[in-house]
Design a protein around this ligand. Structure first.
Ligand code: ADP
Ligand code: ASP
Ligand code: MG
Length: 320
């Protein structure tokens, strides 16, 4: 039987109605006879709210206490989802990070997973249960709760997938894949059907917070295909794996610093497009600070703030 790991982010588990949609997705996977392990984030903006409330109490919060507080958000969603699945007739169990055997180093607030003891997870899977793990948390050598840094539930999911030798790790969120730029900010961004781990890493480092950086590193190290999909539609998502798509062009824009990065195999062969981009830069009287061309990456940094319109024009040229 294949094992798959599904991760649902904060917007996917924000309220009871959304939890029902998530439960349906999980049931569909379970019906295909898979061993299903689910990782969840805290509901909606819970983590932000907890941080704000703690800051109202003190401006010298101990990292250890902050981790105890923040880890509670993921516990709430895991328990609610398990309650719902059991009610729907599917055996499920929620586990905190430590119950799931996730051991980290001692760096509170930004801990790194060091090992995973699968005893409990395997036992529950053998009992036919859907295992629901609170993301973003583990335990250190002092048995203190640690958290993995903002967005860290992605890392929990991929690390669990690696430990279980899972076939796939699905990351469900409010967007149906990885785009050339944040689809909530840029109308002309396009969905990418496939990316290598390295390409995804570059996109993340350029500012797209769609996946936690360490999750991509773990995916690459253990060769776990990561599939990002939407919780709210069935469109095909983006597959991040070690498979290279020839001649595809991928770009990502970081508007704040007026920096445009274009990455992807094959882009360097498209010099025509680069000349067209240079023409636009000249026409618009933009000043270039840096024009860096590497093997599969072009980075243009501007002295000026580049408008969305120009960014879209450049994107269109590169992606055509
Ligand atoms: P979750 O809460 O499910 O973990 P995140 O908020 O961490 O989801 O990540 C999804 C968000 O990432 C999207 O709502 C989108 O606005 C943003 N995002 C930024 N850059 C990109 C990109 N290149 N492709 C897709 N989404 C992106
Ligand atoms: N709840 C945590 C955060 O908001 C972790 C996560 O969502 O992955 O950062
Ligand atoms: Mg996230």
């Amino acid at each position: 039987m294949d094992t798959i790991v599904l991760k649902f982010g904060g917007s996917s588990v924000a309220d009871n109605e959304k939890l029902k949609i998530v439960a349906d997705k999980i049931i569909q996977m379970k019906e295909k006879n898979n061993n299903v392990v689910v990782v969840v984030s805290a509901q909606g903006k819970t983590t932000d709210k907890l941080i704000a409330e703690a800051n109202e109490l003190s401006d010298t919060i101990e990292d250890r206490e902050m981790d105890v507080l923040l880890s509670s958000g993921e516990q709430i969603s895991s328990a609610k989802l398990s309650i719902l699945l059991n009610k729907l007739g599917y055996k499920a169990i929620s586990l905190t990070g430590w119950q799931a055997g996730i051991y980290t180093n001692n760096t509170n607030q930004n801990a790194i997973i060091e090992k995973i003891n699968l005893t409990r997870i395997n036992k529950e899977l053998q009992d036919g249960k859907i295992v629901i793990i609170a993301g973003f948390q583990g335990i250190n050598e002092n048995m203190d709760i640690t958290t993995l840094g903002r967005g860290g539930s992605d890392t929990t999911a991929v690390a669990i997938a690696a430990a279980l030798h899972a076939k796939h790790c699905y990351i469900y969120s409010d967007v149906d894949g990885v785009y050339t730029a944040d689809p909530n900010k840029f109308d002309h961004s396009k969905k990418l059907s496939a990316l290598t781990y390295e390409e995804m890493h570059t996109i993340s480092s350029e500012g797209a917070k769609v996946l936690h950086n360490r999750s991509i590193e773990i995916g690459e190290k253990f060769n776990i295909p990561i599939i990002t999909k939407s919780t709210f539609n069935d469109k095909p998502g983006t597959v991040i794996s070690d498979t290279i798509e020839e001649n595809t062009i991928k770009s990502i824009v970081k508007k704040e610093t007026s920096r445009i990065s274009i990455i992807g195999n094959g882009i360097i062969r498209n010099f025509d497009n680069i000349y067209k981009v240079l023409n636009i830069i000249e026409q618009e009287k933009l000043e270039i600070l840096e024009f860096l061309v590497e093997e599969a990456k072009i980075i243009i940094t501007f002295k000026n703030v580049v408008s969305d319109e120009i960014v879209s024009k450049i994107q269109k040229i590169i992606l055509n």
